[in-house]
Write a protein that binds this ligand. Structure first.
Ligand code: NAD
Ligand code: TYD
Length: 333
């Protein structure tokens, strides 16, 4: 198969490209990525010499660039997005452009070129906060913040292209991913790297918000399965099955690093902060997927990766991240 992966220089996309190249010797991948602050070619240094891999710098909102990259491919997987809730609260323009208009641009090109499989990488956040129980794929979309609203908008467009045009699309909605190479603005890599620097860990509100953590390699396996065995027009939830309160997770990270709990600094809550996400994953399990990595072991491996890869995260934290973080705390958000 020849795949177009968008956003492949980011966290999940780079793991997915490596997964495909390792598992399918006959496959090739074109990676179309704009290289925003979150795109990092260091994430794919080990595959850049592979003749089956090609990187193209480009914007998914640019119709001509998209058609050029898409020509001759069998399947398209859209990972490209603005992906951080706190940034969407500071300013949502880029979220609407990339997440909604970018997805629309990909759908139009896929229709024009007759692509036979398009996978949209979405999120559990489109269902909004769930106090009890778990969201099935048929649950209404009730996004709470500009990020999840832009992802929900994309999901609705993708579904409409199936209903109206019979474009063979599939959607995966996963829970919070973690693992190596995650930009250190997200909870787990932010707290690991801050703790390594002996900086305070800004825990929002009462710290009792719950997320269902999924190891990134398990998500890649699920996306691979949906790509090959999913039913066009369908949505698949992908949850790690590990619900943890933020405060519990924070203590676990500190324990793994041998750092004191006095580093925890409660800060003002995020506006519109979703209390809990939870997914009903019967559908993807019936297709033959379950997480292969135990949460505690995967978290320990992730902590070790950041300990051993300072050369990856130190330049990020002294570069673009620094300006973002100053803005985040100057805004009182
Ligand atoms: P990320 O922020 O690490 O990477 C996003 C990538 O997209 C970057 O390489 C960036 O350069 C690229 N990009 C951004 N705008 C672009 C544009 N206009 N054109 C081309 N490339 C562009 O994100 P991630 O955490 O790897 O998430 C990947 C996808 O998975 C996103 O769609 C996100 O909504 C979804 N998702 C993420 C999580 C999570 O926990 N990280 C959970 C569920 C779903
Ligand atoms: P995050 O990694 O931003 O993912 P999302 O908001 O998409 O779930 O945050 C995970 C949880 O951690 C969420 O409940 C917000 C909380 N959080 C903090 O308490 N402090 C922080 O500095 C960050 C970034 C997140």
């Amino acid at each position: 198969m020849k795949l177009l992966v968008t956003g492949g220089a980011g966290f999940i996309g780079s793991h997915f490209i490596r997964h495909i190249l390792r598992k399918y010797p006959g496959d090739s991948v074109v990676n179309l990525d704009k290289l925003t602050y979150a795109g990092n070619l260091e994430n794919l240094r080990d595959v850049e010499g592979d003749s089956r891999y090609r990187f193209v710098r480009g914007d998914i909102c640019d119709g001509a660039a998209v058609r050029e990259a898409m020509r001759g491919v069998d399947a398209v997987l859209n990972f490209a997005a603005e992906s951080h809730v706190d940034r969407s609260i500071l300013g949502a323009d880029e979220f609407l452009k990339t997440d909604v208009l970018g997805t629309f641009t990909l759908l139009e090109a896929a229709r024009e070129l007759g692509i036979s499989r398009c996978v949209q990488i979405s999120t559990d956040e489109v269902y909004g906060s769930i106090e009890r129980g778990a969201a099935k794929e048929s649950a209404p979309l009730r996004p709470s913040n500009p990020y999840s609203a832009s992802k929900a908008g994309a999901d609705l467009l993708v579904s409409a292209y199936w209903t109206t045009h019979r474009l063979p699309v599939l959607i995966t909605r996963s829970s919070n991913n973690f693992g190596p190479n995650q930009y250190p603005e997200k909870l787990i890599p932010l707290f690991i790297t801050h703790a390594l620097e002996d900086r305070p860990l800004p825990l929002y509100g009462d710290g009792k918000n719950v997320r269902d953590w999924l190891y990134v390699r398990d998500n890649c396996a699920a996306i691979d399965l949906v790509l090959h065995a999913g039913v066009p027009g369908e949505v698949y939830n992908v949850g790690g099955g590990t619900e943890v309160e933020n405060i519990v997770l924070t203590r676990q990270i500190l324990r793994l690093l041998g750092k004191p709990e006095s580093l925890i600094q409660p800060v003002k809550d995020r506006p519109g902060h979703d209390r809990r996400y939870a997914l009903d994953c019967h559908k993807i399990r019936a297709l033959g997927w379950k997480p292969a990595h135990e949460f505690g072991a995967a978290l320990a491996e992730t902590v070790r990766w950041y300990q051993e890869h300072e050369a990856w995260w130190r330049p990020i934290k002294s570069g673009e991240f620094k300006a973002y973080y100053a803005r985040q705390y100057a805004s009182g958000a």
